[in-house]
Ligand binder design. Structure first.
Ligand SMILES: Nc1ncnc2c1ncn2[C@@H]1O[C@H](COP(=O)(O)OP(=O)(O)O)[C@@H](O)[C@H]1O
Ligand SMILES: [Mg+2]
Length: 399
C-alpha cells in the first residue's frame, strides 16, 4: 500500500484525531487557526478546542489578495501565482503557530484548509443559467501539505456545488452535529464579512436549513478602509457611535432584490461592497452625509437585515436560542440592536456551548475534514435544500 494511503488509513482508524482547522473569510483580517481534538464522528463526535489563534495578515498579504478579491476582471497571471503563494503563506503561518504552541507536525493528524475565497458567484449574482452556481477558493492544499508535512484536506466547497448546493454556507454541517438541542429551536448566527445562519428546528431535522442573510462586516470594513487609511474596521463601533442612522439612506440600502429573495440564498463581497453603498447614496440623494452617519447607517443596515431574516423563524410559545459567533460579535452597537430587536428569543454566544465564537468557523472545517477521513458518509439527512449529504474536501499528501 502507498505509504500516504496507509498513513491516512491509520488516521482514519484512530480513536481521536488532532486536526488544525483553518479559516480565512471575506473580511481578510487574518487566518484563524484552531487545533481540535476530535473523537469519533457524526452525532457521536466529541470535540475539544486545544489551541486557537488568529494570525493577522500583514499589509502585503491583504494588498496582493485584494488585487483579485471579488473582482470581475483580474490579471490571470497574478491569480495563478497567488494560488500557490497563499498556500505557502498559510503553511508558514501553521508552522510558526505550531512552534509557538510547542507542537511538531507529528502531533497533528490533519490540516483542514478552507482557503481564501476570492470569488463567490451563485446563479442569483451572475444570472447566467448555463453556468449555475460557482465559487473559487485559492491557497492550494498541496502547498500546505508539502510545506507543513501534514496531510491536508482542502477546497471543501466544490463538492457542495457538484452535489447541488450553492457552495455556502458550509457551517450547516458542523452546526447540525454540534448544536442540535432537544425541544428548542436553535439558530447559529455567524457575523463575518457576510452574515449567515443555520436554523435547527426542534420538531424536525428535515426542516433545517442554512443561508446567508446579507452583509455582516463587509461594507462597514470597506468604508472604514476607504476613509480611515491604516484602519481595517470600525473598532468597537467607535465611528458609528458618533453618528446618527439616516433613514433615507437606510431605506435605499434595504431596497435590493437579493434582500427580498426568499431563503435560502448566498452572497458575498461581489454584491455587498462600496458600489452597493454608492448606489444607495445615489438613490437616496444623501451624498453629503458625514462619515459617522454613513457608518451608523451601515451598522443598522447589517443589524436590520439580520433581524428581518431571523425574526419570522421565532415562533410564539416555542423556546428559541440564537448562538452568535464571528467578528461582528465584537461590535457593541450591532449586538445591542440585535439584542433589543430580536424578540422572543435568547441571544447568546456559542461560548455557552463551549465553542469559542472567533474559532467557530475554523472548528467547523476541522469537523468537515474529520467527516471526510473518518465519517461514515451517512451522518446527514438527505432531501434538504442546500444541504447535500456528501463528504467534502480533497486530500493532499506531503510526499
Ligand atoms: N472589536 C471589534 N469591533 C468591531 N468590529 C470588529 C471587532 N473585532 C472584529 N470585528 C469585525 O469582525 C471582522 C472579522 O470577522 P470574521 O468573523 O473574522 O470574518 P471573516 O470570516 O469574514 O474573516 C473584522 O473585519 C471586523 O469588521
Ligand atoms: Mg476572519
Amino acid at each position: 500500500m502507498n505509504k500516504n494511503i496507509s498513513a491516512l488509513k491509520n488516521i482514519s482508524e484512530k480513536e481521536s484525531r488532532s486536526i488544525i482547522g483553518l479559516m480565512s473569510g471575506t473580511s481578510l483580517d487574518g487566518l484563524d487557526i484552531a487545533q481540535c481534538i476530535i473523537e469519533g464522528c457524526g452525532h457521536e463526535m466529541k470535540l475539544q478546542l486545544k489551541n486557537f489563534t488568529t494570525v493577522a495578515y500583514n499589509e502585503e498579504f491583504k494588498n496582493e489578495v485584494k488585487k483579485v478579491f471579488a473582482k470581475e476582471t483580474v490579471n490571470l497571471q497574478h491569480l495563478t501565482l497567488l494560488n500557490e503563494w497563499v498556500g505557502k503563506k498559510h503553511a508558514a503561518l501553521i508552522n510558526d503557530t505550531l512552534t509557538e504552541w510547542n507542537l511538531a507536525a507529528g502531533d497533528i493528524d490533519l490540516v483542514a484548509s478552507h482557503g481564501q475565497t476570492i470569488y463567490h458567484a451563485p446563479l442569483s449574482l451572475h444570472g447566467e443559467a448555463v453556468f449555475g452556481d460557482g465559487t473559487l477558493q485559492i491557497g492550494d492544499g498541496d502547498h500546505i501539505a508539502v510545506n507543513t508535512g501534514i496531510i491536508t484536506v482542502s477546497d471543501f466547497r466544490q463538492k457542495h456545488i457538484a452535489a447541488g448546493g450553492e457552495g455556502a454556507p458550509l457551517a450547516a454541517y458542523g452546526d447540525y452535529l454540534l448544536f442540535t438541542e432537544e425541544g428548542t429551536d436553535i439558530i447559529l448566527l455567524n457575523i463575518g464579512g457576510i452574515a449567515n445562519f443555520s436554523y435547527l428546528p426542534a420538531e424536525n431535522d428535515r426542516n433545517m436549513f442554512s443561508t446567508d442573510v446579507g452583509p455582516g462586516n463587509t461594507i462597514m470594513d470597506a468604508f472604514v478602509q476607504q476613509h480611515f487609511p491604516g484602519q481595517h474596521f470600525d473598532k468597537n463601533a467607535a465611528i458609528a457611535k458618533q453618528g446618527t442612522v439616516n433613514d433615507l439612506l437606510l431605506n435605499a440600502l434595504l431596497d435590493h432584490d437579493f434582500l427580498r429573495k426568499p431563503l435560502t440564498k448566498t452572497t458575498g463581497a461581489e454584491l455587498f461592497n462600496l458600489s452597493y453603498l454608492k448606489n444607495a447614496l445615489k438613490h437616496s440623494g444623501m451624498y453629503q452625509l458625514n462619515v459617522n452617519d454613513v457608518m451608523a447607517t451601515l451598522n443598522r443596515f447589517t443589524a436590520q437585515t439580520i433581524v428581518h431574516a431571523i425574526q419570522p423563524l421565532v415562533k410564539k410559545g416555542r423556546p428559541c436560542k440564537i448562538y452568535a459567533s464571528g467578528g461582528g460579535m465584537h461590535n457593541p452597537m450591532l449586538m445591542e440592536w440585535l439584542e433589543q430587536n430580536l424578540t422572543g428569543a435568547v441571544l447568546l454566544s456559542t461560548q455557552e456551548k463551549g465553542i469559542h465564537p472567533d474559532a467557530k468557523e475554523a472548528i467547523l472545517f476541522a469537523i468537515l475534514a474529520n467527516e471526510c477521513v473518518a465519517g461514515n458518509g451517512d451522518n446527514f439527512p438527505g432531501g434538504i435544500k442546500n444541504f447535500p449529504p456528501v463528504t467534502m474536501g480533497k486530500i493532499s499528501f506531503p510526499s
